[in-house]
Every structure is written in C-alpha cells, then in structure tokens.
Write a protein that binds this ligand. Structure first.
Ligand SMILES: Nc1ncnc2c1ncn2[C@@H]1O[C@H](COP(=O)(O)OP(=O)(O)OP(=O)(O)O)[C@@H](O)[C@H]1O
Ligand SMILES: [Mg+2]
Length: 368
C-alpha cells in the first residue's frame, strides 16, 4: 500500500469490510464496528500539535531541521531508531525519531509501529500524552516528529543522567501525570474504545522543563474491547521487568497489564531502582522480587526509599499511601489491581497527605 497521508489511509480503511482490515491494528475487528463517528481522528486543539493535527513533512525539511541528522543533535537511540533534536522552519523545537534500517522481518514490524504511532497519536489529545507534531514518509524513510521534552526520560532523571535529584513532591506529580494520561487512554474518551499502551516503562515517560510527565511511544498500542473479559491474545511484546505475570504466562493482554507496568514505574519512583538491573545478583535483578516482602511494613519501606531523594521532602504518611497503591498495582492477579481512575484518586490523596504535613512543619502552631 503506498503510504501517503494518514487521512488517505484512514479513508481506505473505512472503505474495507472489517474482515479485510489489517489484523495488527484492528484486533479484535468487531471493536471497530461502531460506525464512522468512532473512526474519525480527533484534531488537536493546539500545543505541540500546532493546532491543526499532525503535519506531513518532507525529508528535506527533516534534514534542514536537524542539520542533516548531525551527531551533535542526537538525543539518544531506541529500538525504532535514533532521536534528534531539531528546529522546524517555524522556529518550533522538536524531537525527530528516524527509523533505522532493520533485517527484513523486523522491517515489517517497524513499519507497523510507525503507522500505529501516527494513527493513535493523531486521535488523542491530553496534557500527559506526548504530542505528535507530524511525520515524514518518503520512499523508505520514516520519521516521527514530536514536541520536545527538555528533561528526556524519567529513567534518566532517576539515575542521574538527566541531572539533579527529584524531590518527593516532584515524584508524586510525575506519578499523577502518568496516571492521568493512562486513565485517559483507558477511559475510551479519545476514540470511543479504550487504548492499551502495552509498553509503559520509565524510558517511555518523558519530562518537560517543569517535570510535567508525558507518556510516549505508542508503536505497540492496541484498541481494546471493553469489559472485564476484554483482552487480546498475542505474542509477547513489551519490555522485561514490566510484564504482568498473567500476560507473560497466557499471552492475554488486558488494561490491567498496563496497570501492572504503571505499578512498576511507581516502584521505580519510590526506590530509584531500575525495573531490571542486570548488574545485581539474581535475587536483586528484579525490582518486584526484591521488594515483595518490604512494602508491607514501615520499617521495610524506610529501607527501600531512594537514598538520592531528600528525606525532608517526604512524609511517611504519603509514602505509605504511595507504596500501598504500588503494591496493589503489581498484584499477581489482575483482579486485585485497581483501575487507573482509582490510581489517580489515590495519588491525589498521597499528594495532599504530603502537603498537609509539610504545611504543619512550616506552621507548627497548626499542630493539634
Ligand atoms: N519528544 C522527545 N523529547 C525529548 N527527548 C526525546 C523525545 N522522544 C525521545 N527522546 C529521547 O530519545 C532517546 C531515545 O528514545 P526512544 O523512545 O527511541 O528509546 P527508548 O525509550 O530508550 O527505548 P524504546 O525503543 O524501548 O522505546 C531517549 O533518551 C529519549 O529521552
Ligand atoms: Mg521510548
């Protein structure tokens, strides 16, 4: 299929009967039999999207924005390819992700990830989801253009590569932002069907100058059927350390699999440790296995709080609420995990518990 505008692609998709639709994005196909209303992409109201939906760029424009993909503009590299900082002719600073050549099998996968990313991000609009400014699809070149998030990914911030220490209130706000973004995707309010991210992890959470958190990387995202039985049977996709045990054993991915990954991110925020750390010996390699018995009591909790975090920035009351939520998110059985909307409400409680106490410390006369 010649790849042109996403709108042309959407048009083609609408003209097909449902059993002709590419299975990789429209599984389960019956989810899409909801009429034209659901399929119409949402337009952005402004911000990184530039006010008019994703733009289509030429390769020449991409080269001009990045000084011909100069090494000095490289922000890093992931599974899809290298990411460059760039400046568009409008003056907007952006991050440009360029697909790298891959072996034939992986090539088709990357092409699919590119289209899913464009399709999903063209439909969603939320302050905690990264904005797609546009894309370029010329010949075999595939590039994605995003709003630029100056602090890079959360993992980099937690482990020092992003510079600076993150105080507890900042970690709480990051958790709340990610929670809100994920709750929005799960709610179905974007397209009428819940969206599962399927690769939530600390490197896919980007931070802006004021530590505003944005979920990125939607190449593996799926539209999900509603209801408790909603789940997709598929081969393993995602990242080790974040796999929900049910998904790992049955291949059945549900929205609660995203909640599990969110719980792992909460634990990373609490402890400052990586989800998987191969530098440790076997029992310490997995954050979850390491923490299993430590989250339940205050003494255990005190031992795992990130030492790089200023202790004066947090209250135990807030930490206990936060750790309790994290422990339920990573519950072995999906039925024991909260919905994302509940996670948001509980994180708000943890945030206000921290603010109340700090307020009392600053104003001792208010102590009862
Ligand atoms: N919008 C953006 N603004 C600023 N930096 C970004 C942006 N998008 C990606 N980056 C940076 O580019 C680098 C590579 O990101 P990328 O998402 O390709 O890889 P990853 O998340 O490390 O791995 P994966 O391929 O598993 O997602 C990361 O350091 C990331 O912080
Ligand atoms: Mg990423």
């Amino acid at each position: 299929m010649p790849f042109g505008l996403v709108s042309a692609w959407n048009k083609r998709r609408r003209s097909l009967s449902y059993d002709q639709i590419d299975p990789w994005i429209y599984r389960p196909a019956q989810c899409w039999q909801l009429g034209e209303e659901v399929l119409r992409p949402k337009r952005r109201s402004g911000g990184g999207g530039g006010g008019g939906g994703a733009s289509v760029f030429t390769l020449r424009e991409m080269e001009a924005a990045t000084c011909s993909f100069a090494d000095g503009n490289s922000l890093g590299r992931g599974g899809f390819g290298r990411v460059y900082r760039g400046t568009l002719s409008s003056g907007q600073v952006v991050a440009i992700k360029r697909m790298e050549a891959a072996p034939p099998l992986r090539e088709a996968e990357k092409e699919r990830e590119f289209r899913v990313e464009v399709d999903v991000l063209s439909r969603v609009d939320h302050p905690n989801v990264v904005s797609l400014v546009g894309y370029c699809a010329e010949g075999d070149q595939r590039l994605l253009v995003y709003e630029y998030l100056s602090r890079g990914h959360l993992q980099g911030q937690l482990h020092g590569t992003g510079g600076g220490r993150m105080e507890w209130p900042v970690r709480l706000r990051v958790a709340l932002g990610v929670g809100r973004g994920l709750a929005y995707l799960h709610s179905g309010s974007a397209v009428g069907i819940p969206i599962a991210h399927m690769d939530l992890k600390s490197t896919n959470i980007l931070l802006g100058e004021d530590f505003e958190a944005k979920i990125s990387d939607f190449g593996l995202a799926k539209f999900m059927p509603e209801g408790p039985d909603g789940g997709l049977a598929m081969g393993m996709q995602g990242t080790f350390g974040y796999f929900d045990p049910e998904y790992a054993s049955t291949g059945n991915f549900t929205l609660k699999s995203d909640v599990y990954a969110f719980g792992v991110v909460l634990l990373e925020l609490l402890t400052g440790r990586r989800a998987i750390d191969l530098h440790q010996g076997p029992p310490g390699q997995s954050l979850i296995l390491q923490l299993q018995h430590l989250l339940a009591d205050r003494k255990g909790l005190r031992r795992v709080i990130d030492r790089a975090m200023p202790r004066s920035s947090c209250t135990m009351e807030s930490v206990v609420l936060f750790a309790g939520l994290a422990a339920r998110c990573v519950c072995l059985e999906s039925g024991g995990r909260p919905a994302m909307a509940d996670c948001v409400a509980e994180l708000q409680l943890a945030l206000s518990a921290n603010m109340r106490r700090r307020h009392r410390v600053q104003h001792p006369s208010l102590r009862s």
